[in-house]
Design a protein around this ligand. Structure first.
Ligand SMILES: NC(=O)c1ccc[n+]([C@@H]2O[C@H](COP(=O)([O-])OP(=O)(O)OC[C@H]3O[C@@H](n4cnc5c(N)ncnc54)[C@H](O)[C@@H]3O)[C@@H](O)[C@H]2O)c1
Length: 375
């Protein structure tokens, strides 16, 4: 089979992660990369042996007959670039998260791909992190009985929360959500990758299956442990998190909390092999740079990098069969809806019944028109 031709847009840290993910596969070939900053594109091309570079992504889309386009820019550029990639004739568009700055843009991006039969993918790679993978296995095996509540805490609803909302759906087999009630506070508003985020947030989500979801962000608190998911079933509980510490523990009828070994299976072995390959590639690139400016990524970053490689592998396999990838645009859109529905609930001072029928980000609009003030 002729390898899929891949073009990468945005040649910085996340671009590097995706470039590693494509390497080592015989069914894809990274043929071109584009960045507004030529030096970034050149460095990426040198490091990952990419033949062509562009400073205009649209030119690359026009000339390279790409099968897969990978958008690794910041979120503000996603709507334009994802739509252009979908219109270019590519068969798949992979993008970084969060999807888009507003709900209208996120929907249009998704539609641009879906209406043309283009596979879309957003990088919610936690589903492929071996800790979370094992947590999902525990849930599916009935270890905690029927799910009743999922909880997450993190810095903000948008940049981090998109991962946790995505995981809420994952734990619940991607069954739909029906309503969201939330509140946000603009004190300690912070900007992350050029987009303002609330300082505190609370989101209460009802799912069709009866499951309930609770997200707490920033100064609103952290559920007793920062950056974790707590999954409550009728017969037990799981806590899982990997930011700063790796934790996977189960509370069940067998004597309270106990740590779960998440490294003793075939999935971990495959993931670990990818982590080792990427570690080797990073060390080799550093050794090959006589200036000493190229440094290998920190060891902690390799966790996410291996998970992205697993996720992308799944999407490439799905491109051959027509199956829906684990990190499909459809799934990303449902997580994204919960972010904007929480903002909207705060604006309306009411519960929002889904589907969400607004175009904007209520948070950004309220900041812009002075309805709330950042401090
Ligand atoms: N999945 C995750 O867990 C995760 C983790 C960190 C960051 N991210 C997301 O990844 C995104 C990128 O992160 P980063 O650290 O690589 O950002 P970055 O700002 O370092 O890099 C963005 C690159 O895109 C280039 N660029 C911008 N507009 C462009 C255009 N129109 N055409 C071509 N190139 C363009 C920039 O010049 C830059 O090189 C962020 O938005 C962030 O939300 C995701």
């Amino acid at each position: 089979m002729t390898p899929f031709r891949v073009g990468l847009i945005g040649c910085s840290k996340r671009g590097n992660i995706f470039a590693h993910a494509y390497r080592g596969r015989v069914d894809v070939q990274l043929v071109a990369c584009a960045d507004l900053i030529e030096d970034n594109a050149q460095q990426m091309a040198r490091k990952h042996q990419i033949l062509k570079i562009f400073t205009d992504a649209r030119k690359m889309l026009e000339t390279e007959q790409l099968d897969i386009v990978n958008v690794c820019t910041r979120t503000r550029q996603h709507p334009e670039l994802v739509i252009a990639a979908a219109e270019s004739g590519a068969r798949a568009v992979c993008s970084e998260k969060p999807m888009a700055p507003t709900w209208g843009e996120a929907r249009r991006q998704y539609e641009a791909c879906a209406s043309r039969g283009v596979q879309s993918f957003y990088c919610h790679q936690r589903r492929f992190d071996p800790l979370f993978h094992r947590a999902k296995q525990l849930i599916d095996s009935g270890a905690i009985g029927r799910l009743v509540r999922v909880e997450g805490s993190c810095r903000n609803l948008f940049d981090w929360g998109t991962h946790w909302f995505d995981m809420f759906f994952h734990y619940n087999n991607d069954e739909p959500a029906v309503s969201v009630m939330g509140q946000i506070d603009a004190r300690d508003t912070h900007t992350w990758f050029d987009i303002p985020m609330e300082g505190s947030g609370i989101s209460w989500v009802q799912f069709q299956s009866g499951l309930q979801g609770l997200m707490v962000t920033g100064l609103a608190g952290n559920l007793g442990r920062p950056n974790i998911n707590r999954i409550l079933g009728e017969e037990g509980m799981i806590e899982v998190g990997s930011e700063g510490m790796s934790i996977l523990r189960l509370f069940d009828g067998n004597g309270g909390w106990h740590d779960v070994d998440w490294k003793d299976d075939d999935y971990f072995t495959r993931w670990e092999a990818l982590r080792q390959r990427i570690r080797d590639e990073e060390n080799k690139a550093a050794a090959a740079d006589p200036s000493g400016k190229t440094k290998p990524v920190p060891e902690a970053h390799l966790i996410g990098m291996a998970s992205v490689a697993m996720a992308l592998g799944d999407a490439i396999d799905c491109l051959k069969t027509g199956a829906e990838p684990m990190l499909s645009g459809r799934k990303a859109l449902q997580a994204t809806e919960l972010i904007f529905a929480t903002y909207e609930s705060s604006r309306r001072r009411a519960k929002v019944i889904l589907p969400l029928d607004v175009e904007d980000s209520a948070f950004l609009t309220m900041l812009a028109d002075g309805a709330i003030k950042a401090s």
